[in-house]
Design a protein around this ligand. Sequence first.
Ligand SMILES: [Zn+2]
Length: 412
Amino acid sequence: MAIDLVIRNAFFPGSDGLTDIAFANGRIAAMAPRFVCDAPEYDAGGRLVSGGLIETHIHLDKAGIVGRCALCTGTLAEAVSETSKAKAAFTEEDVYARAAGIVEQAILNGTNRLRTFVEIDGRAGFRSFDAIKRLRADYAAAIDIEICAFAQEGLTNDPGTEEMLDRALASGADLVGGCPYTDPRPDDHIRRIFDLGERYGVPVDFHLDFDLDPAGSNLPLVIAETLARGYQGRVSVGHVTKLSALPPEAFEAVGRSLAQAGIAVTVLPATDLFLTARATTYLVPRGVTPAHRLAELGVLTTISTNNVLNPFTPFGDVSLIRMANLYANVAQIGTGNALEAVFGMITINAARLLGLKQYALEVGGPATLVLFDAVSGADAVARLSPAVTGWKDGRQTFLRPAPRLLFGQSAL
Ligand SMILES: [Zn+2]
């Protein structure tokens, strides 16, 4: 077999010492120490190799619009209404340009798969959807993009949205997402989203329980519908910040129910920190659900970026390593094993949430990997280690040369 490239001296978690990884025809042909061949090589210099970072929950369509919105209260209600107003003016080219900038930044940060929500309703029409579908095709060589047709502003209160989601699922959306907290009939909303998912045989993903009132959770219905429809392993929920307001015994009971129902949870620390507890004037709660405690109860958990530079999160750089670090800091996680588990929430757990068949680095699998300037996942999370370079299906997709100190020398 003709070897195209060998990555030399990579640190592969779980192996003894450093590993060489040989590529042939876009696949991994060999993984072994001191692999003998004369193909071109890249010296990883002992750096951590990973399958790459994965956003399980991001909104490409409404990224980068903070300059078009007025932020006064900083609440979730304001974020939804301000974005709704801006959305009506989106053009396909506008969405494409903003989303492309975000996707390029994500690739440079070591992300090679993502699930984006795309709002499809009477205000956005199919303009955002068409833009993101075009983007998905144009960037396929560097990143796999999954599109979730999303009802941000409700279903039962928003005539036409349900039919539009149906059309999107028939024309290229990968799954369907709901937002019962913006619907006056949240139970009906949840069932209709499940109905759409079942009709097309695709997963469902809900924005759920996004406040700090422990009462009024929509989780019991999502759990019941998941079990009744045999949807275990194909349901994920984002935010669920109500869980952060539960005392330990109640939290554990919900966590065990989520684990039994095979429902995955995505925590979105930047948005949850920014939007929750706005009425609290001192000793402000963190409002971030403890993903690591859910993981201890057997729940599949991930961390994701959610929003970038919009009223939901008016900052961001699409760096999942930064998001993992933020989560670890907020959740007061500091030991090596616990930080390694946080790295898992933006890598292997995220691959499981998306149901990826091929993510782990193994012989015969895709030559898709990212090198980090770190000696372990825990180290990367603790030190905010940047991605250095990455390949997808054997093709190099980005390179970030290390910054240099000059001490008076000229770099020219
Ligand atoms: Zn979201």
